[in-house]
Design a protein around this ligand. Sequence first.
Ligand SMILES: Cc1cc2nc3c(=O)[nH]c(=O)nc-3n(C[C@H](O)[C@H](O)[C@H](O)COP(=O)(O)OP(=O)(O)OC[C@H]3O[C@@H](n4cnc5c(N)ncnc54)[C@H](O)[C@@H]3O)c2cc1C
Length: 391
Amino acid sequence: MTDYGVRQELEWNALTDDEFRDIVREEFEANYPDEIRYPSRRLYWREQSAWFQRMSEKGWIAPNWPARYGGMGLAPSKLLIFFEEQERWGIARFQDQGVRMIGPALFEHGTEDQQRRFLPGILSCEHRYCQGYSEPGSGSDLSSLRTTARRDGDEYVVNGSKIWTTMAHDVTHMMLLARTGADGRRQAGISFFIVELSTPGITVRPITDIAGHQELCEVFLEDVRIPIRDRVGEENHGWEVANTVLRSERIHIGSPQLPAYGLESLGNVATACGLWDDRAFRAKYAELLLDLEHLKDIYGEFAQAFVEGRPIGPDVSLLKIWSTDLIQRIAEVIRESAGPAGAVVGRIQTDDRETIDILDVFYKALPSTIYGGSNEIQRNIISKRVLALPT
Ligand SMILES: Cc1cc2nc3c(=O)[nH]c(=O)nc-3n(C[C@H](O)[C@H](O)[C@H](O)COP(=O)(O)OP(=O)(O)OC[C@H]3O[C@@H](n4cnc5c(N)ncnc54)[C@H](O)[C@@H]3O)c2cc1C
């Protein structure tokens, strides 16, 4: 064992890409439960816990974390292979915000005590996280948030509410932004906390979405007491921590995972509808495929910086725009290509006795340009902070 989990079976980055792909593929194909391949909604923890506990025990739960923190420490080409193989086999995503967001935030801003208290729970999947940033009226303009955390001895007392909190009803912890100061720039008065959702005063209420699923929630906080030692970063400096989280989120939202899955679905639809001989369809498909290859290239550069612990700059917004724009274009081509079946909800039978869910990619693509900070906001970030265009 290392300090933070299972010792890795092999020096992954010393393997060739093909050797690594074979190992990962064999594991996924031999052991991932068939009945939860390609789910059309986010699964609840009870439906997928056996698989992710297996991943945890193998030391595969955090492929993107450095090995010294208990991750696989994969180089970008290997990380991409890991994701590609997950997509190819239809492995469900779990509520992995601890792995994707909290871990990286704690590597950069956490105290040693916080790293020791919080990282093991993420690696063992005992602690799963949601993100308590957005509030009614504070989405794009996040710095206007109104939830307050008032200092009382060695605790904070938190009051307010959060909205669009993904899977808050199925996780154990929340990363929380709350206002601790009123002076200066609005961003300057915000602090970042980790809070257990079982803390008295927290109420979670699910919201039903357009597809009939309950993935989003409202979270109400009434006189919730959080110990000071669970504040990450300095008081009133939570904005820096929140931005670290958002930048790692943008790498992950900007990963080729979702568009690669979309393109695979498009390929299945093309086969089911006999479109491969149609030149117009092939031209569209080729354009999307090339855009996916470009995304993989640029993603590889950001993933390299991430794995090496180099700072991720505001230009990472490019990834999020490219990936989510691409998945929406793929979703449109799927719907067009499926003809009348493009409006059918749920799985439909194809000629070769397979079933296919035409609208699955559409439902996954639709909100992607909104969550993680809308694409308009990403474009604002690029224009101001990367290109320094006049406002
Ligand atoms: C599926 C899904 C999951 C989510 N999960 C979470 C979660 O787990 N945790 C969490 O905290 N939040 C979550 N969110 C919330 C998400 O971060 C916000 O919806 C997003 O930041 C936009 O905020 P808003 O909805 O308040 O829209 P608004 O901020 O009201 O924006 C409305 C529209 O105006 C545009 N706009 C706003 N300001 C500008 C501007 N300055 N320039 C140009 N255009 C602008 C926006 O781009 C958008 O199109 C989730 C959202 C979705 C859809």
